[in-house]
Write a protein that binds this ligand. Structure first.
Ligand code: 13P
Length: 343
């Protein structure tokens, strides 16, 4: 299929780089701003994203940025479109296109992600605005018989329809099934749910004739639920995650980028590093293993900014530091001692 798609997918998972997820929906960013006591107005959201995207050395360890519909249309206070700011830094602009997870009728406690209606036309507009990759997230809860096979199928089908439409528009789709960390389930339950979802997802992607070499997978690491009495160390998590991926993700997929999903920022770095260490010990894995973190990249920067542009440089140093730490982890070259160099 398209060489353009293959090249963009590979560029997004280039050595020492990963993706910044800055595509919080209006509801999610409101939650994040509440932690710093800031009202979520359009101008405050724009100011915050300007601080992030104008970080000096932004493109050194960030290959791409996932934007929200509002953000891809915004510009700096000097009027430079964010898309241009990101491109000038050497990173690739991307867009979240799903419209969120909605209750799945007949399946209490489960959701299906919506947003397929009119998506072909929206992709045409986003391509014009400069998006070269896209993302669709399908979260799934674990516990008490969940996720059901049907909810998995419904979400896998929607993810595959999204991916096919994205490729038609010459935009690289990032398919994101997320097994949620909420609950007291153990690591085995997360591995089972994640594995079942990935199995269904790749069956649907093939059935929809999606070119896997022009896609990326964004997924959770295999971890115990936040409330589980049996927490696991980073090595165990790294091994379980690689085992699950090897069982279900075809080798044509160029890269897998992890979400942080509520893990601590250093935890997210350390676990990514462990996986890449295991990869190196084994002489390589079929795909690149990198990051597409939201909270684990942004949390220290958001706290440092605290809504006041007088703190912009501090916030930017915090973001640059986490990007550099994850850039090292992505190559299996991180060292916890480097964390002390923090801004
Ligand atoms: P987190 O890393 O905060 O989970 O966000 C990543 C993301 O894009 C979820 O869709």
């Amino acid at each position: 299929m398209s060489d353009v798609l293959h090249a963009i997918a590979r560029e997004l998972v280039a050595p020492s780089k990963g993706i910044l997820a800055a595509d919080e929906s209006t509801g999610t960013i409101e939650k994040r701003f509440r932690t710093i006591g800031l009202e979520s107005t359009e101008e405050n959201r724009r100011r915050y994203r300007e601080v992030l995207f104008t970080t000096p050395g932004f493109g050194e360890h960030l290959s791409g940025v996932i934007l929200f519909d509002e953000t891809i249309r915004q510009a700096t206070s000097d009027g430079v479109p964010f898309v241009k700011v990101i491109e000038s830094a050497g990173a690739i602009p991307g867009i979240k296109v799903d419209k969120g997870a909605k209750p799945l009728a007949g399946f209490p406690g489960e959701t299906v992600t919506e947003g397929l209606d009119g998506l072909r036309e929206r992709f045409a507009e986003y391509a014009g605005l400069g998006a070269r990759f896209s993302k669709w997230r399908a979260p799934m809860a674990v516990g008490d018989g969940l996720p059901t096979d049907f909810a998995i199928l419904a979400n896998a089908h929607a993810l595959a329809r999204f991916a096919a439409l994205s490729q038609e528009a010459e935009i690289v789709p990032i398919v994101e099934p997320e097994t949620l960390m909420d609950g007291d389930h153990d690591l085995a339950a997360c591995e089972d749910a994640t594995g079942r979802m990935l199995g269904a997802l790749y069956e649907q992607l093939r059935a929809h004739r999606v070119d896997l070499a022009g896609t990326l997978l964004k997924v959770n690491m295999v971890v115990p639920g936040k409330g589980s009495a049996n927490q696991a160390d980073d090595r165990t998590i790294a091994e379980a995650t690689i085992r699950c991926l090897e069982a279900h993700v075809p080798a044509e997929v160029p890269g897998i980028v992890f979400l942080s999903g509520g893990m601590g920022d250093v935890e997210a770095t350390s676990r990514l590093h462990e996986m890449n260490r295991i990869g190196a010990e084994r002489g390589g894995l079929p795909w690149q293993l990198s990051f597409s973190y939201g909270r684990a990249l942004q949390a220290p920067a958001l706290a440092a900014w605290a809504g006041d542009d007088a703190n912009a440089a501090l916030a930017q140093r915090a973001l640059a530091h986490r990007a550099r730490m994850n850039g090292l982890a992505r190559d299996g070259r991180w060292d916890p001692a480097l964390e002390h160099d923090a801004a």
